[in-house]
Design a protein. Sequence first.
Length: 274
Amino acid sequence: MTTKANNISQIEWPIPDVLAFTTTRFSPRQHQPTNTSQDIQASLVSCKELKTAFAAFNLGTHVGDCAKTVLANRNSLLAHLPSKTKIQWLEQVHGNHVVDVMSHSDEPMVADAAITRRRDIALAIMTADCLPILLVNNAGNEIAAIHAGWRPLAANIIEQTIAKMHSSAEQVYAWMGPCIGPSAFEVGQEVMQIFCQISPQFQAAFSPVSATHNASDEQKYFADLQLIATLQLTALGVKDITRLAECTYQHSDKYYSYRRDKITGRMASIICLS
């Protein structure tokens, strides 16, 4: 279940020892935390020219936005987390590498999924169409975060992540966040074939786009990332799966979308043990 307030969506879990939320393209109406320095605050004025492309709350450092603005945005998230918690950011490369975060690093870790059992570390996944997946075990002492674009999903990043956790799949609760939806995510036949070669069950996650008038044109398909991930989670033994079924491409008033805008910011889905 997800509740919405102050331009973030707070995720409610069936266990009490986890805190998680996902952001939108707009800033939470929240005062800056005390560790956001005055020089960063002052720099926001000089970066206003970039706001048209990135709106008010871009969290990606790699998209051409003002670096000081992004740092201030990231620091403001700490106000929503337990005291002394630090966020571990990733350099996401659309692969299937999973890192076990034993200690916080100021440098982003190169991976598309992360696991931790530390209560002072929050895990963050950035998206602007790809699917964020957050996991927690039923004991409330282990969490994971997954960047699930179609390439990581095809490379079995969910299976790789759960295999590296200390918890079994049956002990895991999964949440899926907003992503490009099944009526907007158009892919080529080769993408559908990649998944159908893994298992015929993935055929259900693809529907043909209206036929073209030119017979030589390649058939295109709409892909359902949340359904693909649900099928993978279920096959692994995860039974408790919830999702925020909102399309980042269609909701331009709320979400960044790389496919829609190309030059755009990034949202974040964040989880920590509380």
